[in-house]
Design a binder for this molecule. Sequence first.
Ligand code: PSV
Ligand code: MN
Length: 426
Amino acid sequence: MKIQQEQISAANKSELTAHQENFDFLANKLTKNGYNVDSLISKLAEFQVAIPSWALGAGGTRFGRFSFYGEPSSLEQKIEDVGLIHSLTQTAGAVSLHIPWDVPNDYKAIKEIATSLDIKFDAVNSNTFQDQKNAKESYKYGSLSNVSQAVREQAIQHNIDVINIGDKLGSKALTVWLADGSCFPGQNNFQTAFQNTQNSLIDIYKSIPEDWKMLIEYKPYEPNFYSTVIQDWGASLMLANGCGDKAYTLVDLGHHLPNSNIEQIVSILQLKGKLGGFHFNDSKYGDDDLTAGSIKPYALFLIFNELVYGMKNNPQNPDLAWMIDASHNVKDPLEDLIQSLEAIQEAYAKAMLVDQDALKAAQLENDVVKCQEILQGAFRTDVRPLLEKARLNRGGVISPIKAYRSLDVRGELIRERGKNTVATGL
Ligand code: PSV
Ligand code: MN
């Protein structure tokens, strides 16, 4: 299925008047307060978030999985689905592939499909947390950290293969997330596991092309429940520093112990020029992989406040790779991703409304109340008309979820693909 421009225009028709009224009201208010509304809109329009190829089907848990039907069963169909989201929202102009789930059969054809849908290839992800069919060595007891040199070599080679695949598609980053760790005290020697991981990453790093980044993701627990080798940003940063300038830390919002101050982590990594990428999701308890902004929207805003500050004040930090990393168990994955995109854009827009100069002045006065007023004043602004305008200007729809439903996208996908298709992924 491909959404046509006439369908977009038809979907917008009944909403244009209300949108324009809301937009004018907000734009007047913001202009009076000294904001450049056109610049806000163009920054929102430029902000693109990658969709992970593994989140387009039903996620599920170890207790069960419930399909939404019409799931994409090939790489081509996954990219088509990202194209659907992108044509409605105009904010999902990239896909992040996971190897070996997404090895292209025909590179030229895949690139053509992606280009025709205005989709770029974002970071490629390696998978050394599962054993592949016919693999010689097993990752049951770890991959890059494994006590066995043969296992480590297999995992290193896999990462190099992933770089080569990504290179052929135009990707510019490799994301490494390891499940390595231990389930019981005494099972692993922490120092050996860390050192093995460092040495393996250095070997992989040698194959990272000059204009690429290596993104090292951390996570405190799961699937290992006693220790994880790359458990926090400190471990990730040490490993990145041990590799070199092209290696960075990747922050996944769900990969922190409860109440961690993620905005502070983000801020310091930018100061050090070592924040490379971001995985958006939300959580109540752990790595819940829920829709971004669905549980703690203020935390998401505070994180964006630091990101906006860093993007302006930390030229030492490179452009970031933005991606959604959620799992869709009870919602249609495409609707869920659209909701995440909306929440991300909303947090970004609100963060751009924070008057940084006034905040700095209030900080210098130690005026704690004023500091809070400034942040919450921005957070409480309803910025949705700005998001609508940014989408409209790029040829998207005013209300993506409404349009998705009125166009009966899921119904059409089921008619095209049937009920029994299953997407590869987590
Ligand atoms: C596992 O927690 C995970 O969701 C990580 O966040 C990775 O980014 C993703 O899987 C894909 O490897
Ligand atoms: Mn992640």
